[in-house]
Design a protein around this ligand. Sequence first.
Ligand code: NI
Length: 169
Amino acid sequence: MAVLPILHHPDPRLRIKARPVVDFGESLQRLIDDMFETMYDAPGVGLAATQVGVDLRVAVMDAGGDGQPDPQVLINPVIVEASDKQEMDEGCLSVPEVGDKVQRYNKLKLQALDRHGKLYEVEVEGLRAQAIQHEIDHLDGKLYIDYLSSLKRERILKKLRKLAARDAA
Ligand code: NI
């Protein structure tokens, strides 16, 4: 397993709409393991393949939060029902050191494939529901900052450019 480099906004690769997974072979299994290691290392609640420069509809999540690991793999995920829109605090590993409030559905029903290609359906709420919407957005080339005002987005971009300059120094 390996920790993969996470792309940061405004990297254009974060804007690619990822392709559905059709091959559940060894390279997908390695990708999933590496994504989990990268997410836990960051640490983060979720990570989409788009964020590590891989053009496939794969995301990993762990929204356990109570000390118990709860790893979840989402492949070709689809939200089939959503309700109870709320404002939630959100952040992203590709937009480091900042966060803001975003409208998300608090409850949803998800259909996705597991790492072996088996279809599953779950009903989730709260942080899990929020993280699923966030990760599916990544797979569609979207970032949570797209929902903010252009003024806020501009401020975030400035801050990220400063951070990048600091890290390069
Ligand atoms: Ni993110």
